[in-house]
Write a protein that binds this ligand. Structure first.
Ligand code: PEP
Length: 245
C-alpha cells in the first residue's frame, strides 16, 4: 500500500496534472493499493477520474452535521467518493491540538460511515531519546484505535511516522523502523489475534523517497509507505511505487 499526503500544497492545475501522472506511471498491480490524501478543494475535480486510485481526505470533523463553522463531515466527503481518511497525523496533533479523545471519535465516525482509516502514530525525538518510544506508540494505539472491533480494525491501516523524521530529510533506520513495526504488529496480535495482526497494513512515513524506499520496504513488517514531500512529483512517487514488494 502506498499513500500520498499532499498536505497544503499544489494548485488545482498542478493537482490534476500530478494525478494524471500517477495514473500513467503507477504500476497497475491488483495487489497494490494507492491512496491520495488531497486537500479538500481538489476532491471534486479528482473525483471525476473514477480511477482505481483511492481518494482520501486529510481531515474531517466527527459530527453528522450542524453548527461547526469551517468543518467538513464524512457524509460530505463520501459524496465526493472519498474512500479513506487520515487520522492522528502529528501535524494535526501538534498544530491543531487534536487530542487522543478527538482522534478516537474520528476513528469511530469514519468506520461508522464505512470509510477506511489510515491511523498515524509517532513519537518526538525527546521520547525516543528517553527510550520510551515503544510504550508511547502502544499507548497512542490503545487510547484512540484499539477500542474498535476485530471486524473494523481490518478497515484500518497504521502509519508509523516518527515526528523527527517528517519533512526533515532524516529517515529512521531500518532497525528503528523494524523494531517499531514489529512491536505494533505484536500489539495488534495481543489486542485481537495473530491472523488479524497479519492483515492490518503497517506503513512507514517520514522522509521516505526514491533512494531509501527499497531498504524501508524490505523490512519484514513494513507493508508500504505514507509519503509527504516525495509525493509532490510524478517521477519521485512513481519511483517509490515501483519499489513496493
Ligand atoms: C507525512 O507528513 O505524512 C510525511 C510522511 O511527510 P514526509 O514524507 O515529507 O516526511
Amino acid at each position: 500500500m502506498l499513500a500520498a499526503n499532499w498536505k497544503m500544497n499544489l494548485n488545482l492545475h498542478e493537482a490534476s496534472e500530478l494525478f494524471d501522472g500517477f495514473l500513467e506511471t503507477l504500476p497497475a498491480q491488483e495487489s497494490n493499493r494507492y491512496v491520495i490524501f488531497a486537500p479538500y478543494v481538489f476532491l471534486p475535480q479528482l473525483s471525476l477520474y473514477n480511477s482505481s486510485i483511492e481518494l482520501g481526505a486529510q481531515n474531517f470533523y466527527p459530527a453528522e452535521k450542524g453548527a461547526y463553522t469551517g468543518e467538513i463531515s464524512i457524509s460530505q466527503l463520501k459524496e465526493l467518493h472519498v474512500k479513506a481518511v487520515l487520522i492522528g497525523h502529528s501535524e494535526r496533533r501538534i498544530h491543531f491540538s487534536e487530542s487522543n479523545e478527538l482522534i478516537k471519535q474520528k476513528v469511530d465516525c469514519a468506520l461508522a460511515h464505512e470509510v477506511k482509516v489510515v491511523f498515524c502514530c509517532g513519537e518526538s525525538l525527546e521520547i525516543r531519546d528517553s527510550n520510551e518510544h515503544l510504550h508511547f506508540i502502544n499507548e497512542q494505539l490503545k487510547d484512540s484505535l484499539f477500542h474498535v472491533s476485530k471486524e473494523n480494525i481490518l478497515n484500518c491501516s497504521i502509519a508509523y511516522e516518527p515526528i523527527w523524521a517528517i519533512g526533515t530529510g532524516r529517515t529512521a533506520s531500518c532497525e528503528q523502523i523494524e523494531e517499531m513495526h514489529s512491536s505494533i504488529r505484536s500489539s495488534i496480535a495481543n489486542q485481537y489475534d495473530q491472523t488479524t495482526a497479519q492483515s492490518v497494513a503497517i506503513l512507514y512515513g517520514g522522509s521516505c523517497n526514491s533512494k531509501n524506499a527499497k531498504d524501508i520496504f524490505s523490512c519484514p513488517n513494513v507493508d508500504g509507505g505514507l509519503i509527504g514531500g516525495a509525493s509532490l512529483t510524478t517521477e519521485e512517487f512513481s519511483l517509490i511505487a515501483h519499489q513496493l514488494n
